[in-house]
Design a protein around this ligand. Structure first.
Ligand code: PLP
Length: 387
């Protein structure tokens, strides 16, 4: 949750620095006016270094990051892209916006992509896979990356919830060909609106940088108005004020994740012995961001009772169960492309995902946790499980 819990004087100082250096709010050019102040560029370089990867490109949102990634990888009409049934609508929207066909794989008890169902859904038209680390827990990346290698598919990691996490020491977002991040106001670090794309391959990075900027190659040999181009594109540029905030937030990222993990552990310790509660499965070697504490209860009525009980105790759930329809593809009848790709009926398309998600409960975890919250949560959930 959390970047916003710690927003303050450091972010303000970075913004004031933009104005102290001439107030140029555009990421490119105006060199004579800006006294060497390039906040978006600096944010990209520091983010890439933090992730231990060569290249990063800042964009306007996490949704834009997915759209730019698909464009840079050459995914378009006629191509199928497989993502997972439990994700935010944005993942499917980016595929549809690319005029490719969205297909969803079932999830397993990690609540992320089931590698076996991914294998079943691959067709000769499949070009890419977008795996999502929902609510901060890594997907089964070793198996999924291996399938992509074997089947010659590009792998994109939607790391909107996984920023600052890793699997077996390798940062989330850097396992695939491309990783995307969101800095919207509810994410682990925030720039208000914003996103990032990270790349291991310099050519893909260059294509993405041009595509997100109307095709501009930012050729140093010519002024911008005479700039060279090799593709069309769009405008998904981040502005300097967002870059400034991002620089300050990035410095807080590791501390945010550490605090969330501590608080998640306190919450889990308080409820783990309650009968009927089963933890979410976590891949071996996962350093999750602990954006939420997710567990399974026996059935959907029990999940709904947990939410009601927590609300009555002045607490809350996060996404599951209350925002199910924004995050489960089985309910997205408003997306005709997805409906068609699944044979015209989403109700029966993801029975195993539905069986897991309908009995999942997710507690929000933040940087700050009042001392009495774990025991209050325990009382509310214990009561809900009994009734
Ligand atoms: C938040 C989110 C996005 C979109 O990010 P925005 O910055 O809000 O556009 C994409 N995918 C997932 C899984 C998300 O949770």
């Amino acid at each position: 949750m959390p970047g916003y819990e710690l927003i303050g004087s450091e972010e303000l100082a970075e913004i004031q620095d933009v104005f102290a250096h001439g107030g140029v709010l555009f990421r490119h050019g105006f060199d004579a006016l800006r006294n060497d102040c390039y906040k978006v560029r600096q944010f990209e370089q520091e983010f890439a270094a933090k992730m231990g990867i060569k290249h990063a490109l800042a964009v306007t949102s996490g949704t834009a990051a997915l759209r730019v990634a698909l464009a840079a990888l050459g995914i378009g009409p006629g191509d199928e892209v497989i993502t997972q049934s439990f994700t935010f609508v944005a993942t499917a929207e980016a595929i549809i916006e690319s005029r490719a066909t969205p297909v969803c794989a079932e999830i397993d008890t990690t609540l992320n992509m089931d590698p076996d169902d991914l294998l079943r859904k691959i067709t000769p038209r499949t070009k890419a896979v977008i795996v999502v680390h929902m609510l901060g827990t890594p997907a089964r990346l070793p198996e999924i990356a291996e399938i992509c290698r074997r089947k010659n598919l590009v792998l994109i990691e939607d790391t909107a919830w996984g920023c600052g996490g890793n699997l077996q020491g390798k940062p989330l977002g850097t396992w695939g060909d491309v990783g995307t991040f969101s800095f919207d106001f509810a994410k682990t670090m925030t720039t208000g609106e914003g996103g990032m794309v990270v790349f291991g391959d310099e050519d893909v990075w260059k294509k993405a940088a041009a595509w997100h900027d109307h095709g501009h190659e930012n050729n140093p040999a010519v002024p911008r108005w005479e700039d060279t181009r090799a593709s069309s594109g769009f405008n998904y540029r981040m502005m300097e004020l967002q870059g400034a905030v991002g620089i300050a937030q990035l410095k807080k990222l590791s501390g945010v994740v550490e605090a969330q993990r501590r608080n998640r552990d306190s919450l889990w310790q308080a409820i783990s012995d309650l009968p009927g509660i089963q933890p979410r499965a976590v891949p071996q070697g996962a350093y999750d961001t602990a954006d939420a504490l997710v567990f399974l209860v026996p059935d959907n009525p029990a999940a709904l009772r947990c939410r009601e009980g927590l609300l009555a105790a002045g607490l809350a759930t996060k996404i599951l169960p209350e925002a199910y329809t924004w995050h489960f593809a089985g309910t997205w009848k408003h997306m005709p492309e997805l409906v068609a790709a699944h044979g015209g009926n989403l109700d029966t398309a993801f029975p195993r995902s539905n069986a897991i998600l309908s009995r999942a409960v997710s507690l929000p975890v933040g940087v700050k946790l009042a001392e009495d919250v774990p025991s209050r949560a325990r009382r509310a959930i214990e009561k809900a499980m009994k009734s």
